[in-house]
Design a protein around this ligand. Structure first.
Ligand code: ADP
Ligand code: MG
Length: 231
């Protein structure tokens, strides 16, 4: 198993610090949920870990860079490719062989089998988000960064996609941004809150994920997070 990923440092934007200096540790093979108000820098942290450029300057370092799959907040689908081609884009861009059986399996699991030949413009927001998820799940990477991956999904589909992601990403190091306390409580092994003062670690249920929605520990965690988020 690959070691922990550690980001230390601070981001400045227009001469102003986005948040206090922080240290974010991603435990190997575990799922970390990152919560916090809009605009505080969550997506920026994901981009830093992915080694992508950010709006602003970063003073700090990322230790232990791993091959990464990033599901960005914007689905980022290519409009001239079909659902199936978008979902298989990673291998295609690398000029590698697409695992066709896995692709069909993931499209099926994401409820996209009937739309595999459709173009993004004809899809709903939720369907587009599921294509982006399918593309991320197709990538076989030890580090997976998910930026509000289920935010556009209805409640039933959201639970199904959470279960699917938990199953397919088991054993990988995952960092997921979410605004949904229930999602963090069912999926995460570690929960961190980002605000201007930096990162705060909050307790997560210690039972195996994905946890049942009505699990006592999930409901308690969800309530505690909600209290914290609206404080
Ligand atoms: P979050 O994901 O927590 O909502 P972001 O990381 O997207 O926040 O953004 C943090 C701050 O950086 C915001 O104030 C946003 O306006 C700013 N920002 C993000 N991307 C850019 C960019 N490319 N250029 C300039 N400012 C940016
Ligand atoms: Mg964001």
């Amino acid at each position: 198993m690959s070691g922990k990923v550690v980001l230390t440092g601070q981001v400045h934007l227009g001469g102003r610090a986005l948040f206090a200096p922080l240290r974010l540790v991603l435990a190997p093979g575990q799922w970390t949920a990152l919560l916090g108000p809009s605009g505080v820098g969550k997506s920026t942290l994901l981009r830093l870990i992915a080694g992508l450029p950010i709006g602003g300057t970063f003073a700090g370092q990322v230790e232990n860079r791993l091959p990464v799959a990033l599901m960005a907040q914007d689905a980022g689908l290519l409009p001239w490719l079909t659902v199936r081609q978008n979902a298989g884009l990673g291998a295609r861009l690398r000029g590698g062989q697409i695992d066709a059986a896995r692709l069909e399996d993931i499209l099926q699991s994401c409820g996209l089998a009937d739309h595999a030949g459709a173009y993004p413009a004809t899809l709903s927001g939720g369907q587009r988000q599921r294509v982006a998820l399918a593309r991320t799940l197709m990538e076989d990477r030890p580090l997976v960064l998910l930026d509000e991956p289920f935010s556009a999904l209805d409640a039933r589909m959201r639970l199904a996609m959470q279960d699917l992601a938990a199953r397919l990403l088991k054993g990988r190091t995952v960092l997921m941004v979410t605004h949904d306390p229930a999602e963090a409580a069912r999926l995460a092994d570690h929960i961190v809150l980002l605000d201007e003062t930096g990162l705060t670690e909050l307790p997560a249920p210690q039972t195996p994920a994905p946890r049942a929605v009505l699990d006592r520990g999930v409901l308690d965690c969800q309530a505690a997070l909600l209290v914290r988020l609206v404080a």
